[in-house]
Design a protein around this ligand. Sequence first.
Ligand SMILES: Nc1ncnc2c1ncn2[C@@H]1O[C@H](COP(=O)(O)OP(=O)(O)OP(=O)(O)O)[C@@H](O)[C@H]1O
Ligand SMILES: [Mg+2]
Length: 156
Amino acid sequence: MKPYCCLSHNYEETLALGVQFARSLKKGDIVCLYGDLGAGKTAFVKGMAKGLKLDPVKVHSPTFTLMNVYDGKVPLYHFDLYRINAVDLFGMGYEEFFYGKGIAAVEWSEKLEGLLPEFCWKVELQHAGDDQRQISISCQGKELDERQQQLKERLT
Ligand SMILES: Nc1ncnc2c1ncn2[C@@H]1O[C@H](COP(=O)(O)OP(=O)(O)OP(=O)(O)O)[C@@H](O)[C@H]1O
Ligand SMILES: [Mg+2]
């Protein structure tokens, strides 16, 4: 299925898209975020947290820890791999968070190339001048396809 694509004009729109996107998520989902420094990955995760009824104020890039946990009915595990390597993840037993009772959001997912499961969401954010960001959301797998379709219908 074609990705859902849109242009965000400001921080708030990226946040709002994250809120909407979260409605398509289920526990066990993995959300891989791609984009340069300052592209808005954390902003999008903040929106996801808000959509999951978690406290978005607490959301910041887990720069000096491997992962932040935002607890709630469906917890959100927020990874930022910018300064770490896949091997560090193995040491912490990341599988528990990737395939557990919550949702995993991973900034700098390219670091997991080849290690990602077959089915995951892919959110790509690109600078498009000033405060604009091109955002695309796609996924793989039949079940996710259906949910992506629902997401598209909601957003368009
Ligand atoms: N349309 C937009 N969407 C998201 N953020 C925007 C937008 N326009 C401007 N910004 C600004 O860009 C920055 C995005 O920061 P954010 O921490 O979300 O990026 P990031 O991709 O997580 O970066 P990093 O790789 O450093 O973790 C913020 O300062 C935000 O105010
Ligand atoms: Mg970030």
